[in-house]
Design a protein around this ligand. Structure first.
Ligand SMILES: [Zn+2]
Ligand SMILES: [Zn+2]
Ligand SMILES: [Zn+2]
Length: 447
């Protein structure tokens, strides 16, 4: 089947897949960091926690020294400027403005779970948008809708659509049900520097890319003036022509729960090497609570992953997850990563540098095991390690000059590694992201 979009991309083509519906395959060699596809959101909505802080249309913060402008009609939507306000007004807000407050304060809306509230808002945006279109739809308009309706419905379609404000003309109920069935499993969480800021629907990305917990590509989000958020799918590693391109639908670090998420939300089971291995373990043992035993697990993990080699040498090769020895199976218990992250973050904030440095390296080892190479979480963590080291050596303590001189190369090395990983993702989200932070620290180190 020839889609009009396929002529527009020289990166991906769709081929039959042995088990899934079909697969997106690289049309040519795609070096790591290359952009595979850019898709504007079909509809999007800010997280409730971001409302009033970011523009409801472009998701950006207001420019420095300026404030968001509130829609005077509803006082519930905020914009960075009149361009964004006008753009969203035309897109959907003109059909929603008068109704949104009554709707969000209704018992029906208030009775929804947080996640369903988000879906109700997204669905309201989408239905309002569709109601503004004059039929017959233009090619561009119908393409988004057609692709969305061509997606497989979610597995929990027994639940009806959440209540939405009435729009004029009223939407066809069959269409509403059909749209909603495709909502839960086709929502993406929009993030900036790995912090969630909103939700969006990107039909073409949903249509093209299958999931893998060891993906060779991932999504990032570009926020730009007067536009809705755009998803960019980029290559995490070099992808050869003919190779399937997969993205993670779920955080690969959810080593115990992702299984259920696939079944309940997406209705598939994942057969990636990581899932195959985790299936073969069966029950994941609980990590020890005794601190000496825990230390022993941490040491074994670091040595298995060869994290020192990663930190020091440029020809690091990651260890296949399936070779993980049985004494280390407990690291796949989700409480293990959670505990490490908490200890690392607490120790960094409490200026307990030795603990922070130690847990930081163990957490890095775990990331190298559960995430594919160049996964952004690895780079963000390397940057956090560098910042902790910098604060300890140059900000919070009065170290002798000799020790400071010693710290510099170690921090530089962490920054080199952080830049190597995060450079693959490149710029995304808000201004002044991690790549800028790396540059600032690099400059400080030179002085
Ligand atoms: Zn804006
Ligand atoms: Zn309004
Ligand atoms: Zn998997």
């Amino acid at each position: 089947m020839q889609h009009s979009w396929s002529a527009r991309t020289d990166t991906v083509e769709v081929k039959p897949h042995p088990t899934a519906r079909d697969q997106a395959v690289a049309k040519r060699n795609l070096p790591k960091g290359s952009s595979i596809l850019a898709v504007p959101s079909f509809t999007s909505a800010l997280l409730f926690s971001e409302k009033g802080h970011r523009c409801d249309h472009c998701f950006r913060f207001p420019k420095e020294g300026s404030y968001l402008k509130k829609c005077t009609g509803c006082t519930a939507y905020w914009y960075c400027d009149t361009q964004c306000q006008n753009a969203q007004w035309q897109l959907h807000h003109k059909r929603l403005c008068k109704k949104i407050n009554q709707f969000t304060s209704s018992a029906a809306f208030q009775g929804l779970k947080e996640h369903d509230k988000m879906d109700a808002i997204l669905l309201s945006h989408l239905l309002s948008y569709l109601s503004t279109l004059a039929e017959p739809y233009s090619a561009g308009q119908s393409e988004g809708l057609e692709i969305f309706l061509s997606l497989l419905p979610g597995s929990s379609s027994a639940v009806g659509p959440p209540p939405v404000p009435a729009v004029n003309p009223p939407p066809n109920q069959e269409l509403v049900a059909a749209l909603f069935e495709r909502f839960g499993n086709n929502n993406f969480t929009v993030h900036s520097h790995l912090n969630s800021i909103g939700h969006g629907i990107f039909p073409l990305a949903s249509r093209l890319f299958n999931h893998s917990c060891t993906p060779n590509a991932a999504a990032k989000y570009i926020l730009s003036s007067s536009n809705t958020v755009t998803m960019h799918v980029f290559a995490l590693s070099d992808i050869a022509a003919g190779e399937e391109i997969c993205i993670p639908y779920v955080d690969p670090a959810l080593t115990q729960t992702r299984h259920q998420i696939f079944q309940i939300t997406y209705g598939f089971s994942c057969n990636c090497p990581s899932c195959k291995f985790l299936n073969s373990i069966g029950h994941v043992p609980t990590p020890p609570t005794d601190s000496d035993q825990l230390k022993d697990v941490a040491e074994k993990l670091r040595s298995f992953v060869q994290v020192d080699n990663y930190l020091q040498s440029d020809d690091y090769r990651s260890r296949p997850i399936k070779e993980t020895p049985s004494q280390l199976h407990c690291v796949f218990h989700e409480t293990f990563m959670k505990g490490l992250s908490e200890r690392f973050s607490d120790a960094s904030h409490e200026s307990d540098f030795d603990t922070a440095a130690d847990t930081g390296v163990t957490l890095l080892a775990l990331y190298l095991l559960v995430y594919p190479i160049n996964y952004p979480q690895i780079g963000m963590h390397l940057l956090e390690m560098a910042k902790t080291h910098w604060n300890h050596s140059f900000v919070l303590s009065d170290l002798p000059e000799e020790k400071k001189a010693h710290a510099k190369p170690e921090i530089s090395r962490l920054l080199v590694l952080a830049r190597r990983v995060l450079g693959v993702m490149g710029t995304e989200g808000d201004a002044d992201g991690p790549l800028e932070e790396i540059s600032i620290l690099e400059n400080l180190l030179r002085t």
